[in-house]
Design a protein around this ligand. Structure first.
Ligand SMILES: C[S@@+](CC[C@H](N)C(=O)[O-])C[C@H]1O[C@@H](n2cnc3c(N)ncnc32)[C@H](O)[C@@H]1O
Length: 407
């Protein structure tokens, strides 16, 4: 297995000021995490308790002060881990040595850093195996039905929107030639750290649940330590039979037909594209469909497949509405454009784009980076499908009715 991510992408170490700003502000969001977390989590709660009536204070103390002190200690541990990740990220992705030239982090980026700790739990902890199994196993099982054991090492599987890379890593572990693609610096920096810089199983401690004071059965659950990675990629190389690589940049730009970053474009075609909790991240899902179709083999030459698992939580739905209300009508900002199709129409559009569905199942209950010990969890009713690129003129039975029949 080759190491992955396969080093900094051209676009990241480039002179592009946007990339430079995005990289350095993301690194800064890891460096300022502790300050922001103390400020937002424990400082206001300490102040609040001093404002309670003495009778209430005496009921809650010293429990509450001890509770907040434990949260502070957990923040410190998270921060030490994030400092190390940022240091290695700065080095690997060639951020300027002079940190004073780095772009400041926004509050949203600091929130994303907290989210990355939850994402680490999802992808690289033993405790989240049950969540992963529901989602990743059907995808891997489908690949194993479509390709024989002998074909695996020459079968190219692409996972766009790969997050922290666990699924793409598991696909490589099954013996496929697996490539992950991501465009978020939080995901790129953290996956690079886990994949290339951890040395032992369960090497690091993090506290991913401390940021929420709701839905906790006990302070102990909120404050529980999670050790990552449950499988250290570099230590378990014998586990990974297939080739594994990681690309950075927008899926449509790197793999699509109309890339404006031509030197980045990957022109070799794919046998399978795996999208998990991804298709609803598009401004326009038709762009993703076009890119998937373009990146898969020509159906006349070789059968190629699209495997999808996930919900339809269109990420830009709310932003579009807000922008529309605020715009005068003449200067609508297309970067917040959002095209949201219900599943039945989406299936029809995918068929029209040249795919034939082989399997489709709706209503599969799955969580996402969810604390299994919390008193509340968001559960998605996901859709899973396997589709094949259709040969020109090939007859097919539409699956649109299956969507409505299953609901
Ligand atoms: C909801 S997360 C799912 C991550 C992963 N597939 C999983 O199941 O854990 C969606 C991911 O897609 C990435 N993403 C969104 N739009 C992208 C794009 N245009 N190109 C590449 N990655 C993208 C995001 O950064 C995010 O990591």
């Amino acid at each position: 297995m080759s190491s992955a991510p396969d080093g900094p992408d051209e676009s990241l170490g480039s002179d592009d000021p946007l990339d430079h700003a995005a990289l350095t502000s993301t690194l800064n969001s890891m460096l300022v995490y502790a300050k922001a977390a103390h400020f937002n989590l424990t400082t206001p709660r300490r102040r609040a308790i001093t404002q309670l009536a003495p009778a209430h204070q005496s009921i809650l103390e010293p429990y509450y002060s001890n509770y907040l002190a434990s949260i502070d200690r957990a923040i410190t541990t998270n921060s030490q881990f994030l400092q190390l990740v940022a240091q290695i990220g700065a080095n690997d992705f060639e951020a300027p040595q002079d940190r004073s030239s780095w772009q400041g982090a926004t509050a949203l980026q600091v929130d994303q850093t907290k989210g990355t700790l939850k994402q680490l739990f999802r992808d690289w902890s033993a405790e989240a195996k049950a969540e992963r199994d529901v989602i990743y196993n059907p995808v891997i099982d489908a690949l194993n039905r479509l390709f024989t054991d002998d074909e695996r090492s020459t079968t190219r599987v692409l996972t766009p929107g790969a997050g922290l890379g666990r699924l793409a890593y598991e696909i490589a572990a099954e013996g496929y030639s697996s490539q992950a693609n991501e465009f978020s610096f939080h995901m790129i920096i953290m996956s690079n750290f886990i994949i290339n810089h951890t040395e032992e199983d369960y090497q690091f401690s993090i506290y991913p649940f401390i940021h929420s004071f709701s839905h906790n059965v006990s302070a102990r659950n909120q404050l529980r330590e999670v050790r990552i990675p449950d499988v250290c990629p570099s230590k378990n190389q014998s586990r990974s039979k297939g080739d594994f690589s990681f690309t950075t940049g927008s899926f449509v730009e790197v793999y699509g037909p109309q890339t404006n970053a031509s030197e980045q474009a990957i022109t070799e075609k794919w046998d399978a594209i795996v999208t998990v909790f991804f298709i609803d991240t598009a401004h326009n899902v038709l762009d993703y469909i076009d890119t998937i179709s373009y990146a898969l083999h020509d159906a006349n030459e070789k059968a190629s497949y699209w495997i999808n698992f996930g919900p339809l939580l269109y990420h830009f739905e709310d932003e579009q509405s807000t922008r529309f209300e605020n715009s005068s009508g003449s200067s609508y900002d297309e970067s917040n454009l959002s095209v949201e199709l219900p599943l039945d129409k989406l299936v029809e559009v995918i068929e029209t784009a040249g795919f034939v569905f082989l399997e489709l199942k709706t209503g599969i209950k799955a969580s996402y980076a969810s604390d299994p010990k919390a008193m509340g969890a968001w559960i998605y009713d996901c859709v899973f499908w396997v589709a094949r690129k259709r040969r020109p003129g090939e007859e097919y039975v539409s699956f649109v009715d299956r969507v409505t029949d299953q609901n």
